[in-house]
Design a protein around this ligand. Structure first.
Ligand SMILES: Nc1ncnc2c1ncn2[C@@H]1O[C@H](COP(=O)(O)OP(=O)(O)O)[C@@H](O)[C@H]1O
Ligand SMILES: N[C@@H](CC(=O)OP(=O)(O)O)C(=O)O
Length: 463
């Protein structure tokens, strides 16, 4: 079978983890599979690079830069020496060249006092440039022929939108030509998280975008399965870090999973399902540290499932904008508002319209409040709206399950559960037939998730 195995940052975080990754690939290969591997940066490395890049723009003292580069070197070379002792010399040289390149570009950012979306993307893609050579060398050490390659060289061509690029369909034949044809003989280790634009500029696919890389590669090589290897047993009824009673869900439809990840289930990147859906490739989510657990399968139609609600997720750090007093007699005010927000780069997560059509409420992330404010000031100055207010510190709770559509009383049950927990709902939005989302105050977010989780017995095995 032809498959993609994508390993997240937690799965390549140190030498012990990488040794587990090698075992999994080796075993799968011995079963006769042809495998393309996609890796993320070692856990926390991308965050550290972002912090350094954002700090150095305005920094007068560059002393931290040396420590930062040395720490990255230590962490990667320590792992390398353990997992690939025979390849230390070659791979160290490779890693040193990459670290030097990273140092130079950070110095340039400091001199220019400018971190553009393009340079930021180039810089933050370095985590994967450091992890992939180590995983590939570890495979060679275990006797598996392997090479490492960037997402761009592997054929991922994007629309060029920095920080959140989308792969173009032209990527697929390129991936087949560059990766697909080599699969029997070698295991490619592809750097996740980035591809490049038509001009050859590095474009990242959004935070946690290596899942998306895995799915793009899967679609490109005509994989029969895409396996997302992570640090939990599968997709769970809610984030286990928030509600420890969360349970693994056996199977989900693509649509259910997309809604879950869009509304905060970090385990899969929201866009990772699109290429898999397009080519109808099942996506498995499994635990690198507990590989015998069957995990979750995400497919076109999920297996017969008696549960009405399957999962609850939470988006923190959100803000609600309430806009009222639309100018009467002027058509298209809502359209103008959305166009201005989109031009300001503001992503609207949820929309709810008042029945009078004279007011709307929108949910955005907290970090986009200032951009949204600038856009709305202009709309107000043009007399299109009377006023708008921001309610900061709100959370979005999202309830997912294909069974909700055909089950009368679902909304009553959800809101009854919230009522019993004395949680006030500020806004409701039915996004799709498999999802209902609502907004509560920050301090009620986790309690709301727990209330619904309990109301639907998601912490118990299905009867
Ligand atoms: N519904 C969910 N099911 C499983 N994990 C979830 C869910 N929601 C949030 N998570 C979190 O997602 C984490 C895995 O994603 P991530 O940290 O990005 O892993 P990786 O490094 O493998 O990419 C889990 O450790 C878990 O805490
Ligand atoms: N390293 C990138 C891409 C990624 O997918 O990471 P992870 O698989 O660890 O979520 C990030 O941190 O955003």
């Amino acid at each position: 079978m032809r498959l993609v195995m994508k390993f997240g940052g937690t799965s390549v975080g140190d030498a012990d983890c990488i040794a587990k990754v090698v075992d999994l690939i080796k075993k799968s290969r011995e079963e006769g599979n042809e495998i393309a591997v996609v890796v993320s940066a070692m856990t926390k490395v991308t965050d550290q690079i972002i912090t350094e890049a954002e700090g150095i723009v305005s920094c007068t003292d560059k002393k931290n830069l040396d420590t930062f580069i040395d720490n990255l070197r230590d962490r990667h070379l320590t792992a390398l020496r353990i997992v690939a002792p025979d390849y230390v010399e070659d791979v160290t040289a490779h890693i040193n060249i990459r670290l030097e390149r990273l140092r130079n570009i950070l110095i340039a950012v400091n001199h220019l006092r400018e971190l553009t979306p393009r340079s930021r993307d180039y810089i933050i893609s370095f985590g994967e440039k450091l992890s992939a050579p180590i995983v590939s060398a570890a495979l060679r050490q275990a006797g598996i022929p392997s090479f490492q390659i960037s997402g761009c060289d592997a054929g991922i061509l994007t629309d060029g939108v920095h920080g959140g690029a989308t792969a173009l369909p032209e990527s697929y034949p390129r991936i087949m030509e560059r990766i697909g044809v080599k699969l029997g003989a070698q295991v490619p280790v592809i750097q996740g998280f980035a591809g490049c634009s038509g001009e050859g500029a590095v474009t990242t696919l959004g935070r946690s975008g290596s899942d998306y890389s895995g799915a793009i590669i899967g679609a490109g090589i005509d994989a029969e399965e895409i396996i997302i290897w992570t640090d939990v047993d599968g997709v769970m009824t809610t984030d286990p870090r928030m509600i420890p009673e969360a349970r693994v869900i056996d199977s989900l439809s693509f649509l259910e999973m997309m809604e879950m990840s869009y509304f905060g289930a970090k385990v899969i990147h929201p866009r990772a399902l699109l290429p898999a859906m397009e080519k109808n490739i099942p996506v498995y989510v499994k635990n690198t540290f507990n590989p015998t657990h069957p995990g979750t399968v995400v497919i076109k139609e999920s297996h017969a499932d008696k549960r009405i609600v399957k999962a609850v997720s939470l988006i923190k750090n959100s803000s609600m904008i309430s806009i009222s007093g639309f100018a009467t007699g002027k058509p298209g005010v809502a359209g103008e508002i959305f166009t201005s927000l989109a031009q300001a780069g503001v992503n609207v997560m949820l929309i709810s319209q008042g029945s009078s059509e004279m007011n709307i409420s929108l949910i955005i992330t907290e970090e986009q409040v200032s951009a949204a404010n600038k856009a709305l000031i202009m709309i107000k100055e043009r007399g299109l709206i009377r006023e708008y207010t921001f309610s900061k510190d709100v959370n979005v709770v999202s309830v997912v399950g294909a069974g909700m559509a055909g089950t009368p009383g679902t909304l009553y049950r959800i809101f009854h559960g919230l009522g019993l927990a004395k949680i006030n709902v500020m806004m409701i939005s039915q996004g799709s037939e498999v999802n209902v989302s609502f907004v509560v105050k920050e301090e009620d977010g986790v309690r709301a998730v727990r209330a619904i989780h309990e109301e639907y017995d998601l912490d118990k095995e299905e009867a």
